[in-house]
Design a protein. Structure first.
Length: 621
């Protein structure tokens, strides 16, 4: 009897070794992040990983266990388990694929592969392939070959293809079956304790990279997929809910609801450019980078620039929501995944539509990607133009139509549109795989050069658009707003996902409709992408009381702060003090003034209250 159980010992050993190899490759790829970490901590990662590795192996063992128990209760003395070899091979190949996606996901987003990374592959594969355009293909294939090759070899060495049973009394078989099933369940759950396994079980170090290395890749993916539909429980309960809500309410409380008026009239046309990946570091003014965005930098001289604005998250779906609705990010989740909830939050487009504006949305890619279309069509955008609106000959980019074509299309349409109009343009060329029509200004030898080239191209398209717009009758009565959807690792290539600089984006108001005394002015108050909604509506003398998470940046009584989040962390900025926090490992990842513990703790408490409160409102929608 016990000899037959060796099958499971070898099965588990196979998977534990495979996970260890995957972990070693992960740490090798990101070895630069490990340079200053003690060797003992690196080795301890493998021990700390065992709990979730065993849990994942136990999940995989469920099918062989069921088959084993079936044959165990028959009168057969042997059972053929050759199929387990094929079963393992399929899983090894699948997990190898997940691993290379994980490496590239981590490189871009600073978090391990999860539902947010896999969903585009399933639902919008073309766009997902385009997003991976700058991933190192040959290196990824090399890593995939190593993982699959080593996994297949371990599978060949360790998996028994036949199991022999000895005669055993039925009562003893029942006991063995209960013990085996129970033990496997305990491994899945993580033991007898009150708290079952969670991502935090892998977290042990002050070094974030070691926590991520310890976290089993496949277990994390499976957990995030299962959790993606569980939205009735707040995962961010840090303090009493009423206390958290009061803390946040105090942040938004103003002595007087007023605004500094910067416009010559209160009913101009409004065009918002949401610029893909247009981080503040692309500009000379905010990032001290020469020649990447000369047009944008020149616009600053005649516009109103907000210099300390932070994106709400790291991805375009979150950036669209943050910009156009003022609704914050939700850590791992995005309200865009739940259209039934998303449609309940107000948007700028709805308010302007109610005030007799003609509304339109322009995007050169597939509007279904990231649930953009669900948002657009549920928030009173009367006209949607996406890749399906262009000729096939114009689909020269992997994403769809280049920015120049989209900008020109919008420009032509506005000349035929009744005023006042509100139009949103979402650019896409400055997205992986960073392709441009014609010559790349900075070359394409590496991702940084390619990124700078696409940013320069988008910048040139803005310049061309405005030059042509100036010839239109509607130009003098139009407010142009330029804002990024999120920050980016490039072009600096040095700010981790947990550093506030990664979220720093430009916000520029521009146009003849701005009063002369505000042209060329810079406002240095800290603010968020979310604050655009309240700020714009106040200028148009339209109520923004429904935009609970948006501040009027031009109200002298507004408190100045910014909140942002990513898959497993949050950041809060106030009084020029920055703090970021890992919501799984419960570690402070970054603080701008390590010696000022009081300010750090205060801002961290604000950030926690903020995330807890916004997620609770999301649940209640």
């Amino acid at each position: 009897m016990f000899k037959s159980l060796i099958f499971f010992v070898r099965f588990f050993l196979l998977w534990l070794l495979f996970f260890a190899i995957d972990r070693f490759v992960f740490m090798f790829i990101f070895h630069k992040k490990l340079r200053d970490i003690p060797l003992s901590d690196k080795f301890y990662t493998y021990y700390q990983a065992l709990r979730l590795d065993l849990s994942m192996a136990a999940y995989l063992a469920v099918v062989p266990l069921i088959v084993y128990l079936f044959w165990y209760f028959t009168k057969k003395s042997t059972a053929n388990f050759k199929w387990v070899v094929i079963y393992n091979r399929i899983l090894i190949a699948l997990f190898g694929f997940f691993s290379i996606v994980n490496f590239n996901t981590y490189r871009e987003w600073g978090s391990k592969i999860n539902y947010s990374a896999v969903a585009p592959i399933i639902f919008t594969p073309k766009e997902a392939i385009a997003s991976s355009g700058t991933s190192p293909f040959m290196f990824s294939m090399f890593i995939l070959a190593i993982l699959i090759g080593s996994g297949f070899y371990l599978n060949f060495l360790l998996v028994k293809k036949q199991i022999t049973f000895i005669k055993t009394p039925i009562y003893l078989k029942v006991i063995v079956a209960i013990l085996l099933t129970g033990f496997n369940f305990l491994l899945i759950r993580g033991g007898w304790g009150t708290a079952p396994n969670s991502q935090s079980m892998a977290y042990f170090s002050k070094y974030e990279i070691l926590n991520h290395a310890s976290l089993n890749t496949e277990w994390n993916l499976m957990s995030s997929i299962l959790a993606s539909n569980k939205i009735n429980k707040n995962p961010y309960l840090f303090i009493d809910q009423k206390e958290a809500e009061k803390t946040v309410a105090d942040l938004y409380k103003v002595e007087k609801d007023t605004t500094i008026s910067i416009l010559k009239n209160q009913k101009p046309n409004v065009v918002i450019f949401i610029l893909e990946g247009f981080t503040a570091n692309l500009t000379k003014t905010l990032g001290n980078e020469n020649g990447i965005s000369p047009a944008f930098d020149s616009l600053i001289n005649d516009g109103l620039l907000f210099t300390k604005i932070y994106s709400s998250g790291t991805r375009t779906d979150k950036g669209i929501i943050g910009t156009l609705t003022g609704f914050p990010t939700l850590g791992l989740g995005s309200i865009a995944k739940w259209p039934e909830k998303m449609q309940k939050i107000p948007a700028i487009s709805q308010k302007l539509f109610q005030n007799n504006y003609q509304t339109s949305f322009y995007y050169g890619g597939e509007a279904e990607f990231g649930n953009y279309k669900a948002f657009i069509l549920s928030h009173n955008y009367q006209k949607l133009v996406d890749k399906n609106s262009f000729d096939k000959k114009d689909m020269n980019s992997k994403w769809g139509a280049y920015d120049g074509l989209v900008f020109n299309k919008q420009l032509a349409d506005m000349s035929q549109t009744k005023q006042p109009f509100f139009s949103t343009i979402l650019s896409l060329t400055n997205h992986e795989p960073f392709e441009v029509p014609g010559t790349a200004k900075f070359g394409r030898k590496n991702s940084i050069e390619a990124f700078k080239s696409t940013a320069f191209y988008t910048d040139s398209c803005i310049n061309s658009y405005l030059n042509d717009a100036k010839k239109q009758a509607w130009y003098k009565n139009t407010l142009f707003i330029f804002i990024a959807d999120h920050g980016h690792l490039f072009p600096k290539n040095k700010y981790d996902i947990s550093q506030p600089e990664r979220y720093h984006i430009p916000l520029l108001f521009y146009g003849d409709v701005i009063k002369d005394e505000f042209k060329g002015k810079k406002i240095d108050h800290i603010g968020s992408q979310q604050d655009l909604a309240a700020t714009l509506l106040a200028q148009l003398n339209i109520s923004h009381k429904d935009f609970l998470w948006s501040n009027n940046l031009l109200n002298p009584y507004t408190k100045h702060f910014a909140f942002f989040s990513w898959d497993n962390g949050l950041g809060f900025v106030k009084d020029n003090h920055y703090v970021t926090f890992d919501t799984i490992g419960k570690n402070i990842l970054y603080q701008s003034e390590p010696t000022d513990k009081e300010k750090t703790n205060k801002n961290l408490a604000l950030g926690k209250s903020y995330l807890q409160s916004v997620y609770q409102q999301f649940i209640n929608l």
